[in-house]
Design a protein around this ligand. Structure first.
Ligand code: PLP
Length: 242
């Protein structure tokens, strides 16, 4: 966070932070010769309360990233008047498919067939469909979940049979590292996997969206082709350790 943001009083801090992020997004786009309109800012509200979300809603945000369905279930009733669209970004156990089908507008962490099957079943009975991104593992860290790159094309082919899942693109989390080249490499890998998958011309799947980049690495992600950055702490402040 920049010094001048910290010096400003509490009242309009979030607005200033968002403004600062938008400026950095614009500069990253300029460096990469990209149109800033191609990159969406998704606020990640996990661990932050309904009042923080309201503040962001007042600035025009409607979609919010959360990593736990239990948290969405708690916050949604408090924000009924805000028309929030919940975007699930965290690793999901299959038994949470029901909650996703009921509560979420979009899922960015689809990483296995078992989960797709469970989601489809639940969505059918809700009479709904949702946008999904396939999460790909681009980092060697054990803690990062996601489909392995070589499995991607086959997995995408299998997804075409689920009418309730609108496959929009791919998502990844880069390695947590100070090594800029290593982080950039994760983002470049996702984009390359996307380009390769596109060549397969899988029916109905164009993979226009690449969700990559967080508070600590979003500029690199934009330079490597991100269409959506998922920003938590740089908007809402630091999270308590969980
Ligand atoms: C928490 C989280 C983010 C946002 O992280 P920040 O570093 O706070 O911006 C983005 N993506 C995923 C998958 C997350 O779990």
């Amino acid at each position: 966070m920049s010094q001048d943001v910290q010096r400003v009083g509490q009242v309009d801090t979030m607005a200033l932070r968002v403004h600062g992020i938008r400026e950095r997004m614009a500069r990253a786009c300029a460096r990469a010769g990209r149109d800033p309109a191609e990159v969406t800012l998704l606020p990640v509200s996990k661990t932050f309360d309904d009042l923080a979300i309201r503040e962001a809603v007042a600035m025009g945000f409607r979609r919010f990233g959360e990593n736990k369905t239990q948290e969405i279930a708690q916050k949604a009733p408090l924000l009924k008047d805000c028309n929030v669209q919940w975007v699930v970004i965290g690793h999901l156990q299959t038994n949470k498919a029901k909650d996703v089908a009921r509560l979420a507008h979009e899922l960015q962490s689809l990483d296995r067939l078992e989960l797709a099957e469970a989601l489809d079943r639940r969505l059918q009975s809700e009479g709904r469909s949702i946008d999904v991104l396939v999460q790909v593992k681009t980092s060697p860290e054990e803690s990062k979940s996601g489909l392995e790159g070589p499995e991607l094309v086959n997995f995408l082919r299998q997804l075409t049979r689920f009418d309730t899942l609108r496959v929009q693109g791919l998502m990844t989390m880069a390695v947590l590292s100070d090594d800029e080249q290593a982080v950039r490499g994760c983002f470049a890998q996702l984009r390359m996997l996307r380009d390769m998958a596109r060549q397969e011309a899988i029916q109905g799947i164009t993979l226009d969206r690449l969700s990559m980049g967080m508070s600590g690495d979003f500029e690199l992600a934009i330079e490597e082709g991100s269409t959506e950055i998922r920003i938590g702490s740089a908007i809402f402040g630091s999270r308590p350790r969980m």
